[in-house]
Ligand binder design. Structure first.
Ligand code: PEP
Ligand code: MN
Length: 337
C-alpha cells in the first residue's frame, strides 16, 4: 500500500501520518520527493483502514498495490489447497461431482436419487433441508427431518453429504451432522454466518452472491479463514446480468480467474446458473474444460414432481449420460472424474 501526502505538507503533518501508520504491523518506507512525500507500507496491510486514512486532510491518495485477501491468496500459498471430505479429495487431480435434489422431500426421493447419482459416478450427495426461497410462501424445506433423510441416504450409499445452513445458530446445531456446509448465494455476505462457519473445521462450500464480484467472493472466504477454518471451496453459480433468457449468467471466466488469484478449490453449479435442465450439460462440460475442480448438479428422480427447481433438475438417466461425456473432457484436461 502506498500513502501519498499532499504537496508541501509540513514536517509535523508527516510525523502525524507516520505515527498513525505505525499502529499497524507493517514496515514503513518513506520517500521524500521535491514536491511530495510517499510512504510505502510493506507487510500484512489487511488491517489498515483505507477509508479512515483517506479522510486525513493532508493525504492526497492511498493506493492498494496488493489484494486485500490474504489467506485465500495464491501469492502466499502457491500450491492448490486439497480438501478431504470423508476420503473424497476436492482440489486435486479428480474433478469431484456433487449431485442430488434441490430439496430433500421424502425417503423414496432421496433413496432413488442418491442411488442414481452414485451409480453414475457422483462422489458427494447434495440436498437442501433448509431452503432460502425468494417467497416466504414457497416450500421452505423439511428442516430437521431433511437432515435425518440426508443422514439416511449417506448411510445407505456411503456418500458424504452437502447441505445449506442459513444461520450461525444452525451451524452450531447441525455442523456435526453434515460433511460440507453450504453457504448459499443469498448469504455470501452474511458475516455472522461466515464467522460461525470459520469456527468449525468443516469444509464450507461458499457460493458467489447474485451480484458479487470475484474480489467480494474472496473476501467472504477470508472471513471464514480468518476465524481459523482453511477448508473453503469457492462456487460460481451464475451472476445477475441484464440477460433474462437464462436464470443467471454463468461467469465461466471466474474459474481461471479464481484459480489464478486463489489456491482454494473452485466448483461450478451449472443448474442455478442457467435454470434449464437441457442447458446444464453444456455448462457442466464448459466448466470442466475451463479447469473447475468440481461440479454441483441438481438431479431429481422425478423432476416434474419436484417441490423446488424441477425445471433445472436432470433425471438420473440424463445425469449418467452427462457423466460419460465429462469423463472425456476431464481426460483432455489431464484429470479424472
Ligand atoms: C441451492 O444450491 O439449492 C441454492 C439455493 O443455490 P444458490 O444459493 O446458489 O441459489
Ligand atoms: Mn435449487
Amino acid at each position: 500500500m502506498i500513502v501519498i501526502l499532499k504537496p508541501n505538507s509540513t514536517q509535523e503533518q508527516k510525523d502525524k501520518v507516520i505515527s498513525i501508520l505505525k499502529q499497524y504491523p507493517v514496515d514503513l518506507n518513506i520517500s521524500e520527493g521535491v514536491e511530495c512525500t510517499l510512504i510505502g507500507l510493506v507487510g500484512d496491510t489487511s488491517a489498515v483502514d483505507i477509508d479512515r486514512i483517506s479522510t486525513i486532510d493532508y493525504i492526497d491518495k492511498v493506493m492498494k498495490v496488493s489484494e486485500p485477501f490474504k489467506k485465500s491468496n495464491r501469492k502466499f500459498h502457491p500450491d492448490n489447497t486439497v480438501i478431504d471430505v470423508g476420503g473424497v479429495k476436492i482440489g486435486g487431480e479428480q474433478v469431484v461431482v456433487m449431485a442430488g435434489p434441490c430439496s430433500v422431500e421424502s425417503k423414496e426421493q432421496m433413496e432413488e436419487t442418491a442411488n442414481g447419482v452414485k451409480n453414475a459416478g457422483a462422489r458427494i450427495l447434495r440436498g437442501g433441508a433448509f431452503k432460502p426461497r425468494s417467497s416466504p410462501y414457497s416450500f421452505q424445506g423439511l428442516e430437521e427431518e431433511g437432515i435425518e433423510l440426508l443422514e439416511y441416504a449417506k448411510d445407505k450409499t456411503g456418500m458424504p453429504i452437502v447441505t445449506e445452513l442459513l444461520s450461525a445458530n444452525m451451524v452450531e446445531k447441525y455442523a456435526d451432522r453434515v460433511d460440507i456446509i453450504q453457504v448459499g448465494a443469498r448469504n455470501m455476505q452474511n458475516f455472522d454466518l461466515l464467522r460461525a462457519c470459520g469456527r468449525t473445521d468443516k469444509p464450507i462450500l461458499l457460493k458467489r452472491g447474485l451480484s458479487s464480484t470475484i474480489e467480494e467472493l474472496l473476501m467472504s472466504a477470508e472471513y471464514i479463514m480468518a476465524e481459523g477454518n482453511p477448508n473453503v471451496i469457492l462456487c460460481e453459480r451464475g451472476i445477475r446480468t441484464f440477460e433474462t433468457y437464462t436464470r443467471n449468467t454463468l461467469d465461466i471466466g471466474a474459474v481461471p480467474a479464481l484459480k489464478r488469484l486463489s489456491h482454494l478449490p473452485v466448483v461450478i453449479d451449472p443448474s442455478h446458473a442457467c435454470g434449464k435442465a437441457w442447458m446444464v450439460p453444456s455448462l457442466a462440460k464448459a466448466a470442466v474444460a475451463a479447469g473447475a475442480d468440481g461440479l454441483i448438479i441438481e438431479v431429481h428422480n422425478c423432476p416434474e414432481c419436484a417441490k423446488c427447481d424441477g425445471q433445472q433438475s436432470l433425471t438420473p438417466a440424463d445425469f449418467q449420460t452427462l457423466m460419460a461425456q465429462l469423463q472425456i473432457i476431464a481426460q483432455v484436461e489431464g484429470r479424472t472424474i
